[in-house]
Write a protein that binds this ligand. Sequence first.
Ligand code: HEM
Length: 184
Amino acid sequence: MMGLVFTELLESAERRYGLEAVDATLARVETSTDGSYTAVARYDHRELLRIVVGLSKETGEELGTIVQHFATDLLDTLLQRPEATTAAEASGTFELLEQLEPTIHASVRTLHPAAAPPRFDCAREPDGSLRVVYRSHRCLADFAAAMIRASVARFGERISIERRLIEAEDGERHEFRLSLDEES
Ligand code: HEM
């Protein structure tokens, strides 16, 4: 996974939990780099998971809360990147998710050939909900869910999210069904 994700995790954690907590976490977690990452290099995503678990042990914060904070901060940063220019026009989460595959993650693949962003296939359903199928060899579905929730919060929307695991011969997929709440 691109080092950018690692550098963002450490910056986000430093802002929220302080430099001491981050240093103590990196000292207790096994990393390939002694805890120093560069944005353009690539690292094993399991290392990212180890750091998140380490931060939870170090700070006593729930794992889910750490992942959500990270996703919120990461989405803010990613939306400012050149690959996300088209996202500036998205009026809400449905449109942002619909742009991920054809434009945003597609430009990531073009600009960074070694990157392997996940696939998000979207379809509008007759009842107005959005069906999103997430597929990735990294299986970071909890993180994908946190990124979707971060988007909902960012746009100030009221959207219910249901999640379902789909077992297919060529690997697991996660289906998210997003429905606008009646009163929104
Ligand atoms: C709601 C919006 C978004 C969602 C749900 C989302 C989801 C994800 C997830 C779950 C990953 C982790 C890798 C994996 O699962 O295999 C990822 C990676 C990534 N995403 Fe997104 N993303 C979003 C927006 C963006 C935006 C706006 C950018 C702008 C540049 C972006 C760029 C990237 C990059 C560079 C990676 C790392 C790819 C790699 O290292 O191979 N994402 N994204």
